[in-house]
Design a protein around this ligand. Structure first.
Ligand SMILES: O=P(O)(O)OC[C@H]1O[C@H](O)[C@H](O)[C@@H](O)[C@@H]1O
Length: 317
């Protein structure tokens, strides 16, 4: 399937999955494990749970190992679209060695094999997608499993309704990003989205991009803006949510003004929609389209990620 077609159909991926959800109260904490396009699922699930005021520790782990305090009374989710990502497989093994039965989500691969061998819960994803283009399937599955599926259907309809205006906005944005290193600043509620923008710009448009988050960026990053030689290589985007902490919204205004005073006009963007989930996915969809259009402006095929393939090959030797 072509990238454009997958993006056009992205809203259809957002669908509650018909499964009983885990009773999170039975656990002392939750770990979401995954890398790249699957890793962002954990960040988003963590955000949605925290926004619902759940009072338990939640970790999004992108590594081979679990922190020592993750014990057998924790829930561990292993999400790998391919099912073959070695870091995620390592977490699944480590969970098992601590007497935790990880809940696995993949389209197949070694993770699926492991679930068959060890009698673990496995949730299958449709196959045939590059992992980062299957975000909707993965997040829908995970949110359904953790009892957070309310709002998914409405979110899907909302994105369908907004699609054409999102595409237009994304194209204008891609034109602004072309020729520069995109720098995406975000407030905490949109931090995970900023990372999605970065990774999609990296993989689709084969372009460097970096992110920084408020309030931390007011304690270091802003000083780096002084140097016009490096500043002028960048173009700035500020992502925020109206429900962010008022002090962070105040800091956002200050950041915008700092940039303007330096002669840089940043793109200040918030997600549309009354519901948090809709605003979150509005910005994800906008970033996905912008990275796609940027790939087109640079003349790149958004799908191949040759260097990642070569790294995997070297690691397999
Ligand atoms: O999602 P997985 O199959 O576990 O793969 C994890 C990651 O692997 C590669 O690095 C891909 O380029 C990423 O887009 C992908 O998300």
């Amino acid at each position: 399937m072509k990238a454009q077609e997958m993006l056009e159909n992205f809203p259809e991926q957002i669908n509650p999955v018909d499964t009983p959800s885990l009773n999170l109260r039975d656990y002392a904490g939750i770990v979401f494990s995954g890398m790249g396009g699957s890793g962002i699922v954990g960040d988003l699930a963590k955000l949605v749970l925290e926004k619902s005021q759940i009072d338990m520790p939640i970790l999004s782990v992108r590594d081979y190992t679990l922190p020592p305090y993750v014990k057998e009374n924790w829930a561990v989710f292993c999400v790998s679209y391919s099912g073959n990502t070695e870091e995620t497989l390592s977490i699944a093994q480590e969970a098992l060695s601590r007497n935790i039965k990880p809940v696995c989500v993949s389209s197949g691969g070694k993770l699926k094999e492991l679930t068959n061998q060890r009698g673990l819960m496995h949730f299958a994803l449709p196959s045939g997608y590059p992992p980062r283009y299957a975000l909707g399937f993965m997040i829908s599955t995970v949110l359904s499993l953790i009892g957070m599926k309310d709002g998914l259907k409405a979110c899907r309809e909302f994105l369908k309704e907004k699609k054409e205006s999102i595409k237009e906005q994304a194209y204008r944005l891609a034109q602004r990003l072309e020729g520069y290193i995109p720098v995406v600043y975000a407030t905490p509620l949109m931090d995970a989205v900023a990372l999605r923008w970065k990774t999609q710009i990296n993989e689709n448009a084969k372009t460097l991009c970096y992110t920084a988050t408020l309030p931390e960026l007011h304690h270091n990053e802003v000083v780096g803006l002084d140097n016009p030689i490096t500043r002028n290589l960048c173009t700035f985007v500020l992502l925020f949510d109206p429900e962010d902490h008022p002090r962070n919204l105040k800091r956002l205004e200050i950041t915008e003004q700092i940039l303007k005073d330096l002669g840089v006009v940043p793109a200040l963007i918030k997600g549309e929609g009354n519901e948090f989930l809709n605003r979150l996915f509005y910005l994800i969809y906008l970033g996905d389209w912008a990275s796609f259009y940027l790939s087109q402006l640079y003349g790149y095929d958004p799908i191949p990620v040759k260097v990642i393939d070569s790294i995997k090959e070297k690691l397999s030797l």
